[in-house]
Design a protein around this ligand. Structure first.
Ligand code: NAI
Ligand code: MG
Length: 365
C-alpha cells in the first residue's frame, strides 16, 4: 500500500494541544492497522511569523501541495494583534485555502445523543440529527470586484461589495454536493435568493442542470435561503446536504453548527478540485474553533473538534469510511460514558483534561 501523506499544522494556542490527541490516533492506526500514515509537521500562524517573519512559508506551502491532506489546528492570539495585515496569523490559513483552491467547505451538524439535552432547541428536534452544510468558499461577495468605499463628494460615502458567480464555480460546488449526498441519504437542498439576486437565478439554473445531466438519482430541492434559515431551526432533520454560496453558507453553517454543539465539538473540511491525473482532491481539515488563547496551555481544551476533523479526513481523503465511523463512534461512546471537558461539562458528569479525553477516545477506537 502506498504511503498516506499528512501534513500536520498545529498552529497557535490550543491548536498544538488538540493536534497531540490526533497524533495518538494516527500512531495507533499505524501500529495496529498498518495504516501507512506518513506525517510531516510545520509551523503556521503566529508561531510561523515568530520563526520566519511570515505566517506560512513557501517551503511549507510546497509540502502542503504534495501532501494527500492537511490537518490544521488553529492560528492567532493577542500576541500578534499588532502584526501587519499581510502577515497576520490568519493570512497563513487564507494562503492555504487560496493556493490549494479549497472551494468546498463542509460543515457537518451532528447531534451526539449524550449532548442532545444541552441544546438550546427541544430534544426531539435535534436528537439523531446528521446534516451537512456545503458552503462555496472561494467566490461570491467576499471576493467579487469592485469592492470599495468611495467618496461621493457631498459628505456621503458609498460602500460596494459585489456578489459574483461564474458558471464553473456553481457547477463544481453542485457536483460535490450531489456526490456527498450519494454517500449519505441521497438528498440535496440548494439555497439561494433567486427572487432578488441574479446570482441566485444562475445558481438555481446551474444546480438544476447539473442535477439533470449527471445526478438525477439524487433528490434535489430548492429553497430560498432566508426560508432555509427558518427551516433549519424549525425542523433540521428534513435536510441531508445543504449547498449554498459563500455568504449564506457562512451564516447558515454557524446556525446549523450551534443547533447541536459547543465550539469545541465542531469539525470541518475544505476540499479542492480533483486532480486531472489522479482524481484526488486537495483537502484541509480543521476544527471550527480558533486558538482559544483564554484556555491555551492549561490542558482543558476540548480535542473532539480536532479529532472529528481527522475522522472527516479519513472519510473524504482516504476513503477509510469504516475507520471514520469508528472514530465518530468512539467519540459518541466516550460522551455516553459521562466524560466531559470543561466547555461541555454539566452537573453529574466527570470532568477530564484534553489529554485524558484523547486517551479515552483512542482507547474506545
Ligand atoms: P475561539 O474559537 O478561539 O474561542 C471562543 C471561545 O470558545 C473561547 O472562550 C474559547 O475558550 C472557547 N473554545 C474554543 N475552542 C474550544 C475548545 N476546543 N475547547 C474548549 N473551549 C473552546 O474564538 P476567538 O476567541 O474569537 O478567537 C481567538 C483567536 O483565534 C483569535 O486570534 C482569532 O483570530 C483566532 N481564530 C482562528 C481561527 C482559525 O484558526 N481557523 C478561527 C477563529 C478564530
Ligand atoms: Mg463565520
Amino acid at each position: 500500500m502506498s504511503a498516506r501523506k499528512l501534513l500536520l499544522l498545529p498552529g497557535d494556542g490550543i491548536g498544538p494541544e488538540a493536534m497531540a490527541e490526533v497524533r495518538k490516533l494516527i500512531d495507533l492506526m499505524n501500529i495496529e492497522q498498518n495504516a501507512g500514515f506518513v506525517t510531516e509537521e510545520a509551523l503556521v500562524g503566529g508561531c510561523a511569523y515568530d520563526a520566519y517573519g511570515v505566517p506560512f512559508s513557501d517551503d511549507d506551502m510546497a509540502r502542503a501541495q504534495s501532501a494527500d491532506a492537511v490537518l490544521f489546528g488553529a492560528v492567532g492570539g493577542p500576541k500578534w494583534d499588532e502584526v501587519a495585515y499581510e502577515v497576520r496569523p490568519e493570512a497563513g490559513l487564507l494562503r492555504l485555502r487560496k493556493e490549494l483552491d479549497l472551494f468546498a467547505n463542509l460543515r457537518p451538524a451532528i447531534c451526539y445523543p449524550a449532548l442532545a439535552a444541552s441544546s438550546s432547541l427541544k430534544q426531539d428536534v435535534i436528537e439523531g440529527l446528521d446534516i451537512l452544510i456545503l458552503r462555496e468558499l472561494t467566490g461570491g461577495v467576499y471576493f467579487g470586484e469592485p469592492k470599495q468605499i468611495i467618496d461621493l463628494g457631498n459628505g456621503q460615502q458609498r460602500a460596494i461589495d459585489t456578489q459574483l458567480y461564474d458558471t464553473y464555480e456553481i457547477e463544481r460546488i453542485a457536483s460535490v454536493a450531489f456526490e456527498l449526498a450519494r454517500t449519505r441519504r441521497n438528498k440535496v437542498t440548494s439555497m439561494e435568493k433567486r427572487n432578488v439576486m441574479k446570482s441566485g437565478v444562475l445558481w438555481n439554473q446551474v444546480v438544476t442542470r447539473i442535477h439533470k445531466e449527471r445526478y438525477a438519482d439524487v433528490t434535489l430541492e430548492h429553497m430560498l435561503a432566508d426560508a432555509g434559515g427558518m427551516q433549519l431551526v424549525r425542523w433540521p432533520k428534513q435536510f441531508d446536504v445543504i449547498v449554498t454560496d459563500n455568504l449564506f453558507g457562512d451564516m447558515l453553517s454557524d446556525v446549523a453548527a450551534m443547533l447541536t454543539g459547543s465550539l469545541g465539538m465542531l469539525p470541518s473540511a475544505s476540499l479542492g478540485a480533483p486532480d486531472a491525473r489522479t482524481g484526488k482532491r486537495k483537502a484541509l481539515y480543521e476544527p471550527v474553533h480558533g486558538s482559544a488563547p483564554d484556555i491555551a496551555g492549561k490542558n482543558i481544551a476540548n480535542p473532539i473538534a480536532m479529532i472529528a476533523s481527522f475522522a472527516m479526513c479519513l472519510r473524504y481523503s482516504f476513503e477509510m469510511v469504516r475507520e471514520a465511523d469508528l472514530v465518530e463512534k468512539a467519540i459518541a461512546d466516550v460522551l455516553a460514558d459521562g466524560v466531559r471537558t470543561r466547555d461541555i461539562l454539566s452537573e453529574g458528569f466527570r470532568e477530564v483534561s484534553t489529554a485524558e479525553m484523547g486517551d479515552l477516545i483512542v482507547a474506545k477506537y
